[in-house]
Design a protein around this ligand. Sequence first.
Ligand SMILES: Cc1ncc(C[n+]2csc(CCOP(=O)(O)OP(=O)(O)O)c2C)c(N)n1
Ligand SMILES: [Mg+2]
Length: 271
Amino acid sequence: MATAEQDAVGTREEYLRIHRLMAQAKALDDRMHILVKQGRAPFVGSARGHEGIQVGATAALDGPDDWLVPHYRGLGNVVAMGLTAREWMLAVFAKADDPLTAGRNIPGGCFGYRARRVVTVSQVVASWLPKAAGMAYAAKLLGKDSVFLCNFGDGATSTGDFHEALNFAGIHQLAVVFVCENNGYAISVPLARQAGNPDLYRRAEGYGMPGVQIDGSDVPGRLRHRPRGRPASPEGRGADPDRGPDPPHQPSYLGGQPGPLPDAGGHCRGA
Ligand SMILES: Cc1ncc(C[n+]2csc(CCOP(=O)(O)OP(=O)(O)O)c2C)c(N)n1
Ligand SMILES: [Mg+2]
């Protein structure tokens, strides 16, 4: 899309880092498809087409107490949090040294990684959204300067958990960034069968939080919507004259469109 015409909002180093992370996530994801076809891996919840929105959003999560609350499709997110290819493969091949689940779960299905500030992800669609709001509430009560990045799909927006989480975050003005990765399908169910209004980002207003729609492949656009307007480095926090001071706590909602998955209809083998 019109990425090349966007004003640069990040530094050269930041763009290079993001590009490297996106390439790493894509390479790992491609390898997963190969391993599944070879019968050597049981499952891939593919992040294909989601690399931009996942890495772009996560790369802006730069505080020492910031946490990722990922989607089961969030390989790009966890790579951006520092997960290495070796660590991922230890999980895929169910090795005891697997730092995600000690080799006890389907790859990418249900895992957490405390050392990298990755909260445990679940396969139960949208169940992690209230968790993100609850953790942000705890952080607020404890006076912590934490931001929680919570990613989910378009199908998750038709669950009760979605409503409860955003409602709670809006009431308490919690530091959660809800990112909807809208790939147009919940397995085989198209968005038109999930939502009467396809502009999912507009729901944010109803919960008392700002909502924006962004092109999921537009990484500069993503950086423009950093969590709480944070600049790239901890040293630079609060120093950006264009963004003004950060509010202590404020939820926000990004309705991203990463572009359709090539095989969005097939979930378990290569979706
Ligand atoms: C509560 C619940 N209902 C149904 C399922 C089966 N299921 C797994 S993925 C999925 C679709 C989710 O779609 P979406 O939120 O758009 O995420 P995507 O997979 O497209 O990234 C469903 C219905 C589930 N895992 N959990
Ligand atoms: Mg979807």
